[in-house]
Each structure stands twice: as C-alpha cells, then as structure tokens.
Design a protein. Structure first.
Length: 807
C-alpha cells in the first residue's frame, strides 16, 4: 500500500540515526532484549513491593541473587550516606529473616496489620552490555500492627541489578532513609538532622540515553529471533503500553467522578469486584457501584483521589487479554463534614482487546481491600473493616516474567496481529519493526526522564534539571510562566530558590519537598521520537522541626503534570529530552498532617487552610523573578480562562476546598469522548496556543495521537452493473480527535488473513471510504466478517472496524 510504504521509508531516518547503521534481524533481537530487560527489572522491584503487602518474605528474598546484598540505612549514624549507618545482609535466606524481623507484627498477615510498601518513580540505567543495571526509586512504607502501633518511613533506593542466567536479580538493594515517624505523631527527618543529597547514579545526559543501542554489537551473543517472533514480541510490548495507559487513565476519571468516561472504558458486560463481591454485568451495574462514591462530578470540599502505584501488566500469549496488578490508596474526604478516609487496596484488573476494533477495554476491575481507616484514627488499630479470622489471601501475583527467556520463542503458532501494518517484504518489515520497538522504548525513556526530573526538583538542583531539557525545551515556573532553553530554566530556578541550588554537594538541608511523579499516561508519536505525558504530582515533604513537612507544606497535596518529551540530536548525541514541562497545582491540600485534606477534628490541628496556602505561595516564590520575566506568562490573555483560579493566574483565585477545573491532553481511550467544558487542551503543549512555534510539529517532531481512531462499518446489498450481479457495498467512516486529520488508504479484508484482501481505497476528505464486493465472493448461507483496516498516519493511530454480512 502506498501509505504504508511512505511511512516506513521515513523510519530509516530516525532509527539508529546517529550510528547510521542498518536495521537487521540481529540488531532488532539485541534491542528487544534490552527493552524487555528494563521492563523485567521494573517488574522485579514493583512485584517485590506487592509481595510485602501480604508478608511473602521468602518470595521477596528470592528476587535477590545468591550473593545479593541488602543494605538498609538506619538514619541514626553521623552520616546516612556512610555504609556504617546501614545494616548489611547477604544472601536470600538471611535477607528473608531480616525482612520478617523488620516487619514484626506489621507484616500484613496479623489481624488488622498493614505492610504497605511503595516503590515508584524509577530511573533505570542499563549497562552497555545489557547484563547489569542501576535503579533509583522513591520508597515509602505505611505500616501498622492493628494494636495501636504504626510506622511511616520514606527514603531513596539506589539499587543494582544483575542478569543471572536468563533472570534479572537484585544484586544490591541500598536504602537511604530520609524521614520516619508514626501515624499519631507524623514524621520528621531521620536522626533529627539536616539531610544530604542522596548521590545519583546518573547524570542528566545519562538519564536520557536511549535504551535501544545506537551502535549494535559487531558480534551479538546468542541466536537471533525470527521475523515472526520479533513481530509478536514487539506487538506484545506495544499492547502492554495500551493496557497501562488505560488503567492509569481510568484512575484519573475516577478521581474526578467522571462516571460516563469510566463506564466508556468497559466492555458491554463489564463488572467491578470489591472483596469478591461483583456488580451485575453492564452499565447499570457499573453505575450502581460508582454511585457509592457519590454522584458524578466534584463539589466543594469533596476529594475522591485514588493514586495508583507500581502497576505491573501481563498479557496473555494470544495478546487478546491482560491482567494489570498494583496498589491503589484512596484518599477520600468531605471538607464540609470534616471527614476523611484512607483506603488501601490491591488491584488485579482484567482487560480484553475488542476483536472488532482492536481497542482495549476493561472487563473487570477487581479490588481487594487491605485496610480502610478513618483519617482521624489512622490505621494503627486496624481500621474499620470487619476483623478477619485468618491471613488474607492475595490476588494472584503476576510472576510470568520469572518464566520468560529472552532467547526462547514465545509466539503461539496460531497468533496473528489484530492490526495490519501493511508491510510484507523483510526489507520493509525490519525498519517498521524498529519504529514500533522505538514506540515502546519511548514509554520507558519518557518515564526515566520524568523520574530523573522528579528527583532533581526534590533536591532543587537547578542546573541538573535544566540540562534534562532539549535545546529548545521549556519549563513552567509555578505561578509565573515558561522559560525556554536549559540556561534560562537554570537561571530562573536559581533566582527563585537561591544560590545553594547551584552546588552539586550542598550542605545538609533542614527540609525537602518530594514530587512523586506517578501514574503516568504516555502517548507516543507514530515514529517514537516524541511523547506526551500526563502524571500525578503527589507532593509531600519532610522537615527538621515541623511535623510531616515544613512551613508551607504538610501532609499530602495533589497536582497534575502535562509534559512532552523528544528524542533530540545534538552535538553528535541522541538523547531523550524534556520538550515541555507544565504543572497544574494544587487541586487539594492538607492543612496539616493532623487535620489532613478535610480538616478533620484531631488534637494536632495546625494552621488554618487559608493561611497555609499563603505560606505555600511564599515558599514557592522565595526568590524574585521580577527582573527575569518568562518567555510566556501564565497570565497571557491568549490562555483565556485556562489558568484562571490557579496560583499566579488571573483572578479570582480558587483555593481548596473549592474545586479547580482539570485539563486533559487526551480523549477517552476507548470511546474517543472529548473532555467537556473547555477542559480539553490538546494536541500539543500547554503554552503552544500562545506560542505556536513551540508545537512539536513546527520543530521536526510529530504530535502523538490523542486517542483511538474509530471506524464505523456498514454493509448493504445492492444491484450490480452488467454481469457482476448483486454486490455488497461496504462503507466505512473514520474519525479521530479535533485537529487530527484522517488521510491515506484503507484495506478491506475477509477476516484477519493477508490472503483475503478484497480492496484498497483512498479515503476522501471527510474520512469516508466505500468498497464494492461481488456477492459471489462471499459464501452463501454463511456469515462473513469483513474488516476495514487503517494503518494510521503521523497524527492518528491505526484502527480497524468490522461488519458481519450474511448473503
């Protein structure tokens, strides 16, 4: 097909561009192994945390190499960076004993106990030979024994991983504690001291190194995979990305009680299960469960946030169903009633791929509650759920990655792709596979860059996060506007936050703000060179003297990131860089750790909320930018009402518990529904409507598609001309999002087999196509499925639609 040939030809310009090396079976096999390794490492770390929820210490310890070490800092020594401050345990058996002893009665097994581990925001750096890796993670533990005692502990992991045979293992888990305390009293800096910067295992340049080798090995190890196996494995990675995005998008819709959008994500007979109690199938059953959280939409003082952590995804071998597993912590509140809850749940959701459209949908949301507690009382005494007589039975863990071998074929003999890419000869197939692999690599490189920025901004290392940006990249300074270029970003940061931000080894700090950049939805361009990111900013902090934070920041607080990343060629290097970074904050705040986000009635209540917001604004504007104006101001009239109410934006100011509008860069991933009320802000970066020359498309990049390509197909019987006889007229209508143009060719095929091509038609300007099929080409008395395939273009996704015809 002409469209497919044009698109695949461009891939040669972007794949291995700096090395100028051709795409081969060998190079694809090597690159696939590298990307699968990065994902397995993340699965190891995230599953390690999931196992802790249910006290599976032996299995947790089995994730270590035989000579693997755990070094767990205590925070009581003279220097938390020194190994003398850390317990040193070697080998799985000893590590299991340490994990079990450390948890004690807070193991998740005792009645009322809680052992919630969170490992998130990974920066994974794979070695050049692909046999070892390093990883930086945030760590947070919420623990309780059900009898009145509790622990809250947080810090940084700087871990090392090794490929042992065919399995990735933890060779070193190094935990640096930063804060600790209890639910009743809150947390403070460990050791009652100022805190150093935990050394990064990466530089800004290394954080953006592509996962795929720019210079493939001259003599790669192992046997190369077949083209058919490569097609299958890369397709599985691409679909894993779709599943993860769907689960994370669902979470954001639930936060805002957007019930119509939530229901759109399900199959017609979809269900929701909570502790094995399942809703009646279908929309009405779903609605009844959702209504228990309240009516659609948020009103003043209502918080319905459900942050999602450490999601792991496992696709079925046929690629038609998947399981997503992780942790969700509901942060629920009603400010008017001064009531709030913690809801700790593990989830194991089932998703299926629609056989007609190829779009992923939710079949069952399955939640298992670990503990539910009123905010005022906390979780130390076991919460408010009925007491259980025996340890909880965990939803099955996703351990398939323990059985995979990169070198062993996995493709089922009967497997065939639901979407057709329209390339057939190997000369076309390999570059197209490289493009598709780059799209999944883009997801992980985007997460790496996002996480690296999060750690740098925690430590306010201005020059470091400035250097994460592309040469033409731009970053929002909260409440002020956007600065363009690494040097201007660095200067603005230093002017605002002070000279100590320039030092790579600053003096110990009395307080640290943490920016947890989690629950990412990553939209990747057709060529894999650019991406759009939506992420949660779950912000908290620690202080030397203040409880659970510091002046101007206490407890937990919520915002949203809207970013874009690009694969940049600069000075002979190819690096993933931040193109655009925007934060909308704060949607909700905690007045203090004692009162939380709903101003609950606790004796440790601190300052009133309105004073707290003023303190926050003062903290964030501690320096002056009056003599260093932004390239785009948040108050630019071309934004219209986009920033009305937000900190620094046009009046009137909107402070929690009032509700700010939430903006979206994508459409509903199943129905394509466009967000209402002017809250759809896509495609493109947030300030691009003020500065059109900042659009990706005006700088040599593609804009990622904002949602699905929908194809409606109809068939009618009509009289043919002359000797043809009766014919089947198949009409197709394709649609995408606003400012996304459908163009190119579509195929009509009988079923899903390449040998059954029945026509190829150029779409008209309205996205319509019509095919005429002789009635005699279809078997009489049988239902024939006719499928319309669209390969996508540089602005919209591939898609398919089907119709059943009986002649």
């Amino acid at each position: 097909m002409r469209l497919f040939s044009v698109l695949t030809a461009t891939v040669l310009l972007v794949t291995r561009a700096s090395a100028q090396s051709p795409v081969t079976i060998e190079s694809l096999t090597e690159d696939l192994a590298r990307l699968e390794s990065v994902r397995e490492i993340k699965n190891v770390q995230r599953t390690f945390a999931q196992l802790a929820h249910y006290g599976r210490f032996q299995l947790m310890a089995s994730f270590f190499a035989d000579n693997g070490s755990l070094r767990w800092g205590a925070g009581t020594g003279a220097n938390i960076l020194d190994d003398s401050d850390a317990a040193a345990i070697t080998g799985p058996a000893a590590i299991e004993t340490w994990l079990r002893t450390d948890a004690g009665k807070m193991d998740g097994l005792q009645p009322g106990s809680l052992n919630t581990w969170i490992n998130e925001q990974p920066v994974i750096t794979l070695s050049a030979d692909g046999k070892s890796a390093k990883g930086r993670w945030h760590c947070l533990r919420f623990m309780g024994d059900g009898k009145g005692s509790s622990r809250i502990e947080g810090g940084i992991f700087e871990n090392q991983y090794a490929l042992v045979g065919e399995r990735w293992k933890i060779s070193l888990m190094r935990y640096y504690p930063l804060y600790a305390g209890s639910y009743r009293d809150g947390w403070k800096n460990v050791g009652g001291k100022g805190l150093p910067v935990i050394p990064y295992h990466y530089t800004p340049d290394e954080a953006g190194i592509p996962i795929l080798n720019q210079k493939p090995s001259a003599a790669p190890e192992g046997k190369s995979l077949s083209p058919e196996e490569l097609v299958y494995r890369i397709s599985q990675l691409n679909e894993e990305d779709e599943v993860r995005n769907l689960v994370h998008s669902m979470g954001y819709y639930v936060d805002r009680r957007m019930w119509d959008d939530v229901i759109d994500l399900f199959t017609p007979n979809g269900t929701i299960s909570v502790d094995s109690n399942t809703s009646p199938p279908g929309a009405s059953g779903l609605q009844s469960v959702l209504n228990r959280m309240g009516p659609a939409g948020l009103t003043r003082g209502i918080l319905n946030d459900h942050p999602i952590y450490q999601t792991t995804v496992e696709l079925a071998p046929d690629g038609l169903s998947a399981i997503a597993r992780g942790l969700e912590i509901g942060m629920i509140g009603d400010h008017a009633n001064r009531s709030a809850q913690w809801q700790f749940c593990t989830f194991r959701h089932t998703l299926v791929r629609d056989p007609d459209t190829s779009i992923w949908k939710i079949q069952n949301l399955n939640y298992s509650r670990l503990l539910v507690a009123e905010y005022a009382a906390g979780w130390a005494s076991g919460g408010i759920l009925p007491a259980r007589a025996s340890p909880p039975t965990p939803p099955a863990f996703l351990l398939g990655f323990l059985n995979y071998s990169s070198s062993v074929p996995r493709r089922p003999e009967s497997w065939s792709p639901l979407l057709r890419e329209g390339v057939h000869p190997t000369s076309e197939l390999l570059p197209d596979l490289a493009r598709r692999l780059l799209r999944s690599s883009s997801f992980d490189e985007t997460e790496n860059l996002s996480s690296a920025y999060g750690f740098y901004i925690d430590d306010v290392r201005c020059s470091l996060f400035g250097d994460l940006h592309a040469q033409k990249g731009f970053k929002a300074s909260p409440g002020i506007g956007w600065y363009r270029s690494p040097s201007r970003i660095t200067t603005a940061c230093a002017a605002r936050y002070g000279p100590n931000t320039a030092s790579l080894n600053p003096a110990p700090r009395g307080s640290i703000p943490f920016h947890w950049r989690i629950q990412l939805v990553v939209l990747t361009s057709h060529d894999g060179r650019s991406s759009t990111l939506r992420g949660r900013n779950l912000q908290t902090g620690t202080g030397l003297n203040s409880t659970s934070g510091f002046s101007g920041l206490a407890g937990f607080n919520g915002g949203i990131y809207h970013d874009q990343m690009v694969l940049e060629e600069h000075e002979g290097k190819t690096r993933r860089k931040i193109w655009s970074l925007t934060i909308d904050e704060f949607y909700w705040n905690s007045a203090s750790w004692g009162t939380g986000w709903a101003n609950v009635d606790r004796a440790s209540s601190l300052s009133p909320l309105i004073k707290r917001r003023s303190a926050m604004e003062k903290r964030q504007a501690s320096g002056s930018l009056e003599n260093f104006p932004p390239d785009v101001s948040i108050k630019d009239p071309l934004f219209g009402t986009r920033y009305q109410g937000f900190m620094g934006g046009p009046p009137p100011s909107v402070s929690w518990p009032n509700i700010l509008p939430m903006y979206w860069e994508y459409r509903n991933p199943v129905s394509g529904r466009v967000p209402s009320g002017g809250t759809y802000w896509g495609p493109g970066c947030v300030p691009c409507r003020v500065k059109p020359d900042w659009f990706l498309t005006n700088n040599g990049y593609e804009e990622p598609a904002t949602g699905p390509t929908l194809i409606s197909v109809n068939a009618t019987i009509a009289k043919g001309d002359g000797e043809i006889g009766d014919v089947v007229v198949v009409t197709a209508k394709l649609s995408a999002g606003p400012e996304e143009t459908i163009w190119g060719y579509v195929e009509l095929r009988k079923g899903n087999r390449s040998a059954n091509l029945m026509g190829e038609v150029l779409l008209d300007n309205e996205g319509f196509a019509s095919f005429t099929v002789p009635k005699g080409d279809l078997k009489a008395g049988q239902v024939s499925q006719l499928v319309v395939y669209y390969a996508g273009n540089d602005r919209v996704k591939p898609g398919r639609g089907a119709v059943d015809v009986l002649v």
